[in-house]
Each structure stands twice: as C-alpha cells, then as structure tokens.
Design a protein around this ligand. Structure first.
Ligand code: NAD
Ligand code: UGA
Length: 430
C-alpha cells in the first residue's frame, strides 16, 4: 500500500483516486477548484457516474481519501503523484498542455522527497520529456524524480468498472524501477501490464481512441450506403461482429461520437501528424463523417415534417452517451442548434444531464419525463440511447403527439414494430 497523490479531480482523477483508495492506498486528491473540493468533503460529487458516490463516501469516511487544494499537503507525503488534469483542444486542434504544465510545476515546488510523477492525462507524444523539463526547472531542492506515462482507458458511464477491470495497463518510462513502482499500484487488478518507452505509451492512447472513433465512422459510412441500397446496418454490424477478427464493439451506427475525448484526441492526433510531415487523411475523413451524421439526422426530421419552421421537436437524451451527465461535445448540441436554426421549437428530456445541458444550450424547454416531452410534439428525436427510452409506452406517446413522427438517431426501436404502431419512423442506416 502506498501514499499517493492525484492532481485534477475530474472524471479520471476522481475515479482513479477513489479506486486506488478502495484498493487500500491513502490518496491525496488535489484540485485547484475549491468549490469542487469543499463539495467532495460533504460527499457531493461533481459528476454523475454510476457506483462512484458510494465508493467516495466509504473511502473518505475511512480516511483513505483526503480532499485538498493545497499542493504541499497533497504532494508532501506521496511517493507517486498522478497528473489527471484536462488537456483540452487548443486553437489549431493541438492538445493544450498548460494545465499539465501548472500541475508539474506545482509538484516540483512541493516535493519533499523523491517522487514518481505519472502522466495519466492524455498528452501529445513527447509530453513525458516536457514534464521532465518543467519539473527540473521548478525544483527547489536537489531531489530525484522519474516520469511515467500511464494513459487511462476508462469510459464514462462505466468508469469504476473499467478502472477495476482494465483490459491492460500501459506504462511508458525511461526508468524501469519507476514503471515497476506504478505497476505495483495495479498489482491486484488482473490484466496484462505493457511497459514501453514514454512516447510509445503516449501514442497507444491516441491510437486507441482514434481507432475506436474510426470504427464508429466506418459503420456510419456503411449505414449511409445501407440506407440508399435497402440494407439494415444493425444486422450488417451484427453479421460483421461475429467474425472474431472484427468483434461487435463500437459498431453502433447513429449520430456518431461525441464526448470530452474522441473529438479532441482525433483532432490532436491529426494535428500531430500534419505538423510532423504526415498526411493524416483517414483521421480527417473520420472527423468529417462524424460531423455529417448530425446534419443527416436533422435532414431526416425536415423530410418527415416538410419544414422545421415552427415545428415542435422533442429531443430524447442530451448527454453524449447514456449513464453520464457529461455534455462536452455531445451530438445533442449540434442537433439542437441545427433544429433551432431552421425555426423549430425544441423541447428536451434527459434523465440526468438537463442541469448541465442548460450551460450548453439556449432556448430549450426542459421536460420532466418523455411523456411531457411528447405532448403536442410534431416529432420525437432520439439523440442518446438511455435504457429508459427503450421501454416507453408507445401507444401513449402516439396518442399525445401532434404528429406521430419518431426519428431515431441511435436505432433503439424496431422499425417494423414502430410502423405497425402507426408511427412515421426513421432511423439511421435501416
Ligand atoms: P476534467 O475536466 O473532468 O477534470 C480536470 C480537473 O483538473 C478539473 O477538476 C480541474 O479543476 C483540475 N485542474 C486543472 N488544473 C489543475 C491544476 N493545476 N492543479 C490541480 N487541479 C487542476 O477532465 P477529465 O475528463 O477527467 O480528463 C482528464 C484527462 O484524462 C484528459 O487528458 C482526458 O483526455 C483524459 N481522459 C479522460 C477520460 C474521460 O472519460 N473523461 C478517459 C480517459 C482519459
Ligand atoms: C472513450 C473510450 O472508449 C475510452 O476507452 C477512453 O478512455 C475515453 O474515450 C477517453 O479517452 O476519454 P467515452 O468517451 O467515455 O470513452 O465513451 P465511449 O463509450 O467510447 O463513446 C464515445 C462516443 O462514441 C459516444 O458519443 C458514443 O455514443 C459513440 N459511440 C460509441 C457510437 O456512436 N457508436 C458505438 O458503437 C460506440
């Protein structure tokens, strides 16, 4: 068991801290956002993530989690410091490292003993060396340190499960002993541990996210062709996925990928490639296809209604995927803007993301449930595939809508059943 520090208590930092605490370590959770830290001390979480609240409260009460805004308190005792601050997109699509820089500088200034600094944030290839330099520049005493890259692969909505059941742990380091120290933290989780050099580990993260985004854009391109040629993309994906070389995951056609990571990471990888003399044409196409899906959905709504002007549209689901309240780059944002731009009156319902969505959207009326949303609507548009939408009372929905039009951006309903129930039902690639 170790004393460790996690810097940046967001989606990754809070899950990482809590899971490492639950594995028996003492974890100092450091964030510069005082409000967030004060709320966490009261057991109020800044995010919605299934299963997390209970773990946070339990480990805080057992004093294995310490929440603080004080670098000296957090870094002073720790043998391992993990940096999990944000790396948002800069102006040109590059990853903005200024939070990482501030965190690394803070660590250097607060170190009282040798430390292994672990980069858990998704950072451009070469950032390990950058962090080494920042720490060297800011060290106030002559202390040893090593930098390890340990990219995180958890998904929002299943973050605790993913953290505790990783497919692999990737560690990039120049110092093997430092990598072994970090590997020790994961030793009770049964999975392969791959130790590489720093740059390779950093690239594994970008390549993994870009590959997953590519699969989704691939199936979305196939879905467009399916639509034209009368095939059903859901069945096509199922048939493809049985091939063990292909697999079923990440072949759900629909509105495409959003969230805090795929959009910024594909962009950042494309930028790194372009800046280094490559021609990353596949990554560009992957992004283009993704953008098209949102426009394509709105076009379907327009076609079903003749015009969007003054039509009442009910948007089912706002978060970028189910089981999270994260609205960063959620497809709903563009869908709502496009609908409003053409004069539609937009109402929306999301089981958990409405409060957060309010910061991203304007002119939207929020409803208490899907039935309130359906009342008087000219069309319902499924944007996020929350489980509760899959089991709605469709005859009730139909009876309260002004027009029985459902445009399903996530293919959650059966076309034959919907048509039998009297809906004008449009979906993606079927
Ligand atoms: P986030 O925005 O939710 O949280 C970042 C936190 O860092 C914020 O609470 C912020 O206040 C804090 N912070 C910023 N600067 C700080 C500083 N100098 N000192 C202390 N705290 C500071 O971010 P996130 O979604 O958790 O992502 C973090 C990193 O992990 C990103 O690089 C992201 O790409 C990567 N990642 C995210 C996910 C995910 O599911 N969200 C998954 C894998 C990897
Ligand atoms: C993704 C990766 O799956 C994680 O491994 C990674 O750690 C994380 O990014 C990150 O780096 O932040 P996340 O963004 O939480 O996780 O969610 P995903 O489940 O990957 O979904 C991303 C987007 O793709 C969502 O908008 C989802 O609706 C969309 N998607 C996913 C599809 O449209 N079709 C699919 O078949 C799968």
């Amino acid at each position: 068991m170790m004393d460790i520090c996690v810097i940046g208590i967001g989606y990754v930092g809070l899950v990482t801290s809590t899971c490492f605490a639950d594995l028996g370590n003492k974890v100092f959770c450091l964030d510069t956002n005082e409000e967030k830290i004060e709320a966490l001390k009261k057991g109020i979480l800044p995010i919605f993530e299934p299963g997390l609240e209970e773990l946070v409260v339990r480990n805080y009460q057992s004093s294995r989690l310490v929440f603080t805004t004080d670098y000296d308190e957090a870094v002073g005792q720790a043998g391992v410091v993990l940096i999990a601050v944000g790396t948002p997109s800069g102006k040109e699509g590059e990853a903005d490292l200024h939070y990482v820089e501030a965190a690394a500088a803070g660590v250097a200034r607060s170190m009282t003993k040798p430390v292994v600094v672990v980069n858990k944030s998704t950072v451009p290839i070469g950032s390990g060396d950058f962090v080494v330099n920042v720490i060297r520049k800011n060290l106030t005493k002559d202390l040893d340190f090593a930098v390890v890259s340990n990219p995180e692969f958890l998904r929002e909505g299943s973050a605790v499960y993913d953290f505790m059941n990783p497919d692999r742990v990737v560690l990039g380091a120049t110092d093997r002993a430092a990598a072994d120290t970090v590997a020790e933290l994961y030793s009770s989780l049964k999975c392969p541990v791959l130790i590489t050099d720093l740059r390779t580990a950093e690239m594994i993260k970008y390549a993994s996210n870009a590959f997953l985004a590519t699969r989704v854009s691939f199936i979305n391109e196939i879905s467009r062709i399916c639509e034209r040629l009368g095939a059903d993309v859901k069945q096509v994906a199922l048939g493809m996925g049985y091939d063990r070389r292909i697999g079923h995951a990440f072949l759900d056609a629909g509105l495409g990928w959003g969230g805090s990571c795929f959009p910024k990471d594909v962009k950042a990888l494309e930028h790194m490639g372009a800046m280094n003399g490559c021609h990353p044409q596949l990554l560009r196409a992957v992004m283009e296809i993704n953008k098209d899906q949102r426009r394509h959905l709105v076009q379907k709504v327009r076609e079903a209604l003749g015009t969007l002007q003054d039509r009442k549209i009910g948007v089912l689901g706002l978060s970028f995927k189910p089981n999270t309240d994260d609205m960063r780059e959620a497809p709903s944002i563009e869908v709502v803007h496009l609908l409003q731009h053409e004069g539609a009156v937009v109402k929306a319902y999301d089981p958990v993301a409405q409060a957060v969505a309010n910061h991203y959207l304007t002119g939207v009326e929020y409803c208490q449930n899907p039935y309130e949303l359906a009342r008087g609507a000219d069309a319902l548009v499924v944007v996020t595939e929350w489980n509760e939408f899959k089991r709605l009372d469709m005859s009730r929905i139909k009876s309260i809508m002004r027009q029985p039009v459902v445009v399903d951006g996530r293919n959650i309903y059966d076309p034959a059943v919907m048509r039998q129930q009297g809906f004008v039902y449009l979906s993606m690639g079927r």
